[in-house]
Design a protein around this ligand. Structure first.
Ligand code: IPM
Ligand code: MG
Length: 347
């Protein structure tokens, strides 16, 4: 029994998580496994009603009672501070110490790529983003806020242990893929924090002779992803660099509507989420693209011993894209529910 917590969040989150659940249940019937689920209502709505974001009881349940969390999206115009998103989404990543944020990016249809002459064989990378440190640690503040003398400061924190554990994951992944790893950083400007990453890479590389490990400044990496996407296999970056490059990479294969992710720490509950946001403007219109959530569910299944089901879901999603049986963002005319039914049917 695979125990999954459903944490749909805000906006289109509930719609795409419902789609992912439909596909998971269908996959269970076809491939012979069982799931148990529990819905969590932590969201802007609950925050506005009760002032709660991620109360301890919910946190403990998520941490202790499940194999995986399937999360939708957070962000609501009624909560401009985004405090609930910070405390729920970033809170879970931090408090569960889910240090690997894996964002696979693969082109399945040349028509979705904004680059010239780039086809499916040319673009297949895995972004491995550090998920707990860097500028995301929340250390900082403002001095004399809202005056002409305002000073604002945020600390970028990098630890050797944090770099080592992420690099180990990335090297192992590269060994299972095409054997190339590139660390993207700004070591030329952020000498201490990003210099540490380079030291850690240099020290670890000899343990993985089958992996060709290189470094690129992140600005150059952004450029080369556009000019030479074929060069990239496993892309490693700290929390901020990984955040930015993963959106860039997603835009090369059809946008965030197709971008899944996992946040993991071996031995702990794992979290799966579409990279996209809550898209409050299209809630309830049937325009929400469920594929990123469905592909996130496929990543979940692969991590929990169901590789055949995962591959079948990914193939069904790719076929939908190629056949243009998709939502308007990908050039189709189907609704969220129709895409979901198509994927479930294809299984
Ligand atoms: C992401 C998002 C988040 C991040 C935001 C919503 C804080 O952009 O998951 O990539 O920066 O990590
Ligand atoms: Mg992002």
């Amino acid at each position: 029994m695979l125990r999954i917590a459903l944490l749909p969040g805000d906006g289109i989150g509930p719609e795409v998580i419902a789609s992912a659940l439909t596909v998971l249940e269908r996959a269970g019937q076809v491939f012979g496994f069982q799931i148990s689920t529990r819905w969590f209502d932590n969201s802007a709505e609950r925050y506005l009603k009760t002032g709660e974001t991620l109360p301890d009881a919910d946190f403990r349940a998520l941490r202790d009672d499940f194999d995986a969390i399937l999360l939708g999206a957070f962000g609501d115009p009624r909560v401009p501070s985004n405090i609930h998103a910070k405390e729920i989404l970033l809170g879970l990543r931090q408090r569960l110490d889910l240090y690997v944020n894996l964002r696979p990016v693969k082109l399945v249809d040349a028509r979705l790529c904004p680059l010239k002459d780039v086809g499916p064989g040319d673009l297949d990378m895995a972004i491995v983003r550090e998920n707990t440190e860097s500028i995301y640690v929340g250390i900082g503040g403002s001095f004399k806020p809202d005056t002409d003398d305002e000073v604002a400061q945020n600390t970028m924190l990098t630890t050797r242990k944090g770099a080592d554990r992420l690099l180990k994951f990335a090297f192992e992944l590269a060994g299972q893929r095409r054997g190339r790893l590139v660390l993207c950083d700004k070591a030329n400007a952020i000498e201490s924090a990003h210099g540490l990453w380079r030291k850690a890479l240099k020290a670890m590389a000899p343990q993985y002779p089958n992996v060709k490990a290189t470094t690129l400044y992140a600005d150059v990496a952004a450029m080369r992803m556009v000019t030479h996407p074929q060069e990239f296999d496993v892309v490693v970056g700290d929390n901020m660099i990984g955040d930015i490059l993963s959106d860039l990479a997603a835009a090369l294969v059809g946008g965030l509507g197709l971008a899944p992710s996992s946040s993991t720490h071996p031995g702990r509950v794992a979290m799966y989420e579409p990279v996209h946001g809550s898209a409050p403007d299209i809630v309830g219109t049937g325009k929400a693209n469920p594929l990123a959530a469905i592909l996130s569910a496929a990543m979940l299944l692969r991590d929990f011993g169901q590789p055949a089901a995962a591959a079948a879901i990914e193939a069904a999603c790719a076929q939908s894209v190629v056949d243009r049986e998709v939502t308007p963002d990908l050039g189709g005319t189907l609704t969220t529910a129709q895409v979901t039914a198509r994927i479930a049917g294809a299984l």
